[in-house]
Write a protein that binds this ligand. Sequence first.
Ligand SMILES: NC(=O)c1ccc[n+]([C@@H]2O[C@H](COP(=O)([O-])OP(=O)(O)OC[C@H]3O[C@@H](n4cnc5c(N)ncnc54)[C@H](O)[C@@H]3O)[C@@H](O)[C@H]2O)c1
Length: 440
Amino acid sequence: MAMIALKCPDINVTVVDMNAGRIAAWNSDKLPIFEPGLDDVVKQARGRNLFFSTDVAGQIKKCDIIFVAVNTPTKTYGVGAGRAADLRYIESVARTIAEHADSGKIIVEKSTIPVKTADAIKAIVASNSKGHKFEVLSNPEFLAEGTAIADLLAPDRVLIGGERTPGGEKAIETLANVYARWVPRERVITTNLWSSELSKLVANAFLAQRISSINSISALCEATGADVDEVANAIGKDSRIGPKFLKASVGFGGSCFQKDILNLTYLCESFGLPEVAAYWTSVVGLNDWQKSRFAARIVKSLFNTVADKKIAVLGFAFKKDTNDTRESAAINVCRDLLSEHAKVCVYDPKVPADEITADVLGKGVENARLSIAKDAYDACAGAHAIAIVTEWDEFKTLDYAKIYAGMPKPAFLFDGRNIVNLAALRQIGFTASGIGKPMV
Ligand SMILES: NC(=O)c1ccc[n+]([C@@H]2O[C@H](COP(=O)([O-])OP(=O)(O)OC[C@H]3O[C@@H](n4cnc5c(N)ncnc54)[C@H](O)[C@@H]3O)[C@@H](O)[C@H]2O)c1
């Protein structure tokens, strides 16, 4: 929304959220999300044509287009628990629109939702007794956290799905004209509603599949002496495969991949396609295995016991350049190490200490074995092993000789992101290993 406000000074954008704390943060100097370049965009537009408010009902009355961008987490209860999307926030927004709208609106699904959700929204807003006409569009968001501003400035494509009726076509055109202010027209793709809704889940499933595919090969590389980065480079040069998203790692995290694949598998089963569901379930299963494999390897390397040994965990966010920790691999790694009675000391440049503790242990729970360090050197001091879990750039240039000097020997380093030079670390004296890298 901030990018639309920046690029379309004649359009008034008001972001409403029922979470007053978040709205207050959006109106302050410390935005609730860390995202490179976001501060600048918000500062340029805020107060001009970008506003943040908790007045949901009032803004519904005033506006022409409503983007619904509420959360659609995995359901934790009832039918479909653990896989289906929880659509209660979508439904509540639809009901709020039905209650307060006093003119026709275009409703845009921005959240990631299961295919056919537009039907539910349409049915609910149709209950608006004032007889207004609502058009529902699907306009999934393809930005990636950490590169959101760059992705929004120059998207590979913008996808807009709508009904193939005169009213639907007109609504699609209205929304396409908003993006056309800065996105080349040929990058704005229009489809029917269901293709658009489904494409977002499928895009995330394919991206996650690539990670699980290369991670499966990383295990084979470790067993054979092949180097996964060399394999990725060799296969990525094939233009049919391509070089992107072939970086082996401790596993994918984030609020979207796992949630959306699970949602896709649930949809497949609901539509009587258990084999398709099983195929995609394996992408998540492989990721779970990759995360646990990393922690298990640490324990095994440290002579099968980490009890009372200090392990430094560098990085907690699910990837670099974000403070988002949802489904981060670091959570699993920390929990696995704590269950082996290790003393886990975490450092992340952007994630607050209380959030790390709450993510690993649960809100309000404490465990003397888990501590949070103020910097990477503090985390590594006296540690038996270092585990790099997030690929923050600063971990590439640490003074590893200094760190090595302050560690008991043998000093271990496990690079869960393949970002450091293992040969140089071995030269210093570390017993260093990466993901899918030959052991020395
Ligand atoms: N995070 C990403 O990178 C990303 C990328 C593409 C798509 N998506 C999709 O976008 C959606 C939102 O994701 P997110 O990461 O921003 O989630 P989030 O949980 O950070 O934010 C959702 C916000 O919606 C608010 N909300 C919920 N119900 C509301 C209601 N009835 N009225 C007003 N506000 C309400 C919540 O208070 C919260 O602030 C999800 O469907 C997600 O799958 C996210």
